[in-house]
Design a protein around this ligand. Structure first.
Ligand code: SF4
Ligand SMILES: [Zn+2]
Ligand SMILES: [Zn+2]
Length: 311
């Protein structure tokens, strides 16, 4: 006999071990969407007066995020746009862009874009070809440039909050990685809203999927036929993160709910740490090259770009 949904007489399509829930498609959608809205309320992620920029890469997390913002908040008259950064990776960036562009055209969503080539005069493909593709190297460069470009686009478009598709699994991995790297500053910098100082030209980054497991985002995308791109970038190197992903997934099978417990413990520690005293606006400087805000003399993006250009 098929297992039935907890809420109705239909067959269950998904089982969520941490809550012992069995749901049909409709009741899973209700559950998923109410947690999404509750996370936004609980962490006060944005309000009616905000103009939201949704960082959209074409992958499942950001496409589901854009879909939900459009579905739930358009009728509440909250303004938003999609922001796409073209990393310039052969046979990859064009495909991810197409997914985002088609969706935005169909749903009449404003799309703001730029590329690494345009902002820094070098693409991820060119960076990759200069390097020996050592573990993580290209992603380190690409990630720093992507963050910088997103920030520039957010400033240019004057969005008040930048939304990202980071989910519960991403956050758990980041917490463990920072902890085991003994990187206290970075450890405390993560959270549902990042940026612990109010920097004039840096938009707060918010994560409405902070309490949403990755597998449920994939299920929601599938149940609702949300388009996304799931091919890996040719430079994708995640050995370290993968190790933590596997560890957390194995732990979750044995002890369902562990991922929720981990982020909740983290939030409690963060609350107790009185963080505002650790970093203040006084630490801020202007980068000597791009003149944008940074805590160093030269920002990370300019430092990496100078390094690449010398090779
Ligand atoms: S996988 Fe790495 S190199 Fe590829 S787009 Fe993502 S960050 Fe950039
Ligand atoms: Zn049901
Ligand atoms: Zn700079």
């Amino acid at each position: 006999m098929n297992i039935k949904c907890d809420k109705c007489s239909k067959d269950a399509l998904i089982y969520l071990a941490y809550g012992k829930h069995n749901f049909c498609k409709d009741h899973f959608n209700d559950f998923f969407e109410s947690r999404f809205k509750k996370t936004i309320r609980q962490f006060k992620l944005f309000s009616q007066k905000d103009y939201l920029g949704v960082a959209t890469s074409g992958g499942k997390d950001s496409m589901v995020l854009l879909y939900l913002i459009n579905k739930i908040f358009r009728e509440k008259r909250i303004n938003f746009c999609a922001i796409f950064v073209d990393e310039g990776t052969d046979n990859y960036s064009n495909k991810t862009f197409q997914v985002v562009k088609d969706f935005c055209t169909k749903e009449n969503i404003k799309l703001v874009t730029s590329s690494h080539k345009k902002e820094f005069d070098i693409s991820t493909q060119e960076i990759g070809e200069k390097y020996d593709k050592k573990e993580g190297t290209v992603c380190t460069y690409c990630g720093v440039l992507r963050r910088k470009t997103l920030n520039r686009l957010a400033n240019k478009e004057k969005v008040s909050k930048l939304l990202t598709g980071h989910n519960l699994d991403d956050e758990c991995q980041t917490i463990l990685m920072n902890l085991l790297d003994n990187d206290t500053l970075r450890f405390f910098r993560t959270g549902p809203e990042t940026g612990i100082i109010d920097i004039e030209n840096t938009r707060p980054r918010i994560k409405p999927f902070y309490l949403t497991p990755e597998k449920e985002i994939a299920a929601y995308a599938l149940f609702n036929q949300i388009p996304f791109h799931d091919c890996n970038c040719p430079f994708f190197r995640t050995a370290k993160r993968n190790h933590f992903r596997n560890f957390l997934n194995e732990t979750e099978i044995i002890h369902p709910g562990s991922k929720f417990s981990l982020v909740k413990s983290f939030l409690k520690i963060k609350e107790l740490s009185n963080l505002k005293k650790i970093i203040t606006k006084k630490n801020l400087k202007k980068c000597k090259i791009c003149k944008e805000d940074t805590s160093q003399d030269i920002c990370k993006a300019c430092e990496l770009i100078s390094k690449i250009k010398k090779i």
